[in-house]
Design a protein around this ligand. Structure first.
Ligand SMILES: Nc1nc2c(ncn2[C@@H]2O[C@H](COP(=O)(O)OP(=O)(O)O)[C@@H](O)[C@H]2O)c(=O)[nH]1
Ligand SMILES: [Mg+2]
Length: 201
């Protein structure tokens, strides 16, 4: 969590800001979702990684330098007065897992975006959050040309723990995105409370 709920000297409740991760396979709609719900102009931090590529073809035989752009999305949304969420869209490529370890520090929870045409792309994210016991919801981004599956079918296909919410959404739609985030905050709140009670009981 970015900041804790605390009282200011004059007795008012300080605003609470929670950190949320947005994960999922490449092209699933992470940037779209963060852009749709964010009140600030979404920031995309771009880091240029370069790697020496393989020799291209026989004509030149020269090594080609391949550059890849790693973009991380950042946005903010106020859920209600005094509660805002900071959204961090994580890079989709598996080789950037090391960034996730940094990003997930202090996160309340995560949204795993899924596309039913290639559900397998979100397995790594689901695994990642399950292993680290970071509460997450799966948000199925309903692309127009994809067959519509029910939340139950998706839950079964991903072999999710019972209770992990699956929400159907349209990443381009602000209200739809906001609803996903509210589901996550409620769910993560319940999970964190249950764990707290476990640890004292
Ligand atoms: N039809 C449709 N296209 C979408 C939707 N969400 C994202 N897109 C498009 O899918 C492409 C990839 O989305 P993007 O947000 O960049 O994916 P990212 O790689 O997860 O950040 C973009 O061209 C979007 O305009 C959606 O809900 N419906
Ligand atoms: Mg993106």
């Amino acid at each position: 969590m970015v900041s804790e709920h605390s009282d200011t000297p004059n007795g008012e409740t300080a605003p609470l800001a929670l950190k949320i991760l947005v994960a999922g396979g490449f092209g699933v709609g992470k940037t779209t979702l963060v852009g749709a719900v964010s009140e600030i102009r979404p920031l995309r931090t771009e880091e240029l990684l370069s790697e020496v590529g393989q020799s291209v073809d026989d004509t030149g035989g020269v090594d080609q330098k391949v550059t890849t752009t790693v973009a991380m999305d950042f946005g903010r949304i106020t859920i209600r007065s005094g509660l805002s969420l900071y959204l961090f869209g994580t890079p989709g490529q598996d080789r950037f897992w090391f960034l996730w370890d940094e990003l997930s520090q202090g996160a309340l929870g995560a949204v795993v975006l899924a596309d039913t045409r290639r559900l397998g792309d979100c397995f790594p994210a689901v695994d990642y959050f399950e292993h680290r016991r970071i509460p997450f919801v799966v948000a199925v981004n309903c692309f127009a040309d994809a067959r519509t599956y029910g939340a139950h079918e998706v839950s079964r296909a991903l072999d999710l723990d019972q209770g992990t919410p699956v929400v159907l959404c349209d990443a381009r739609d602000r209200d739809s995105g906001k609803e996903v985030l509210i589901r996550l905050v409620e769910y993560a709140g319940r999970m964190h409370t249950a764990r707290l009670l476990d640890s004292v009981g």
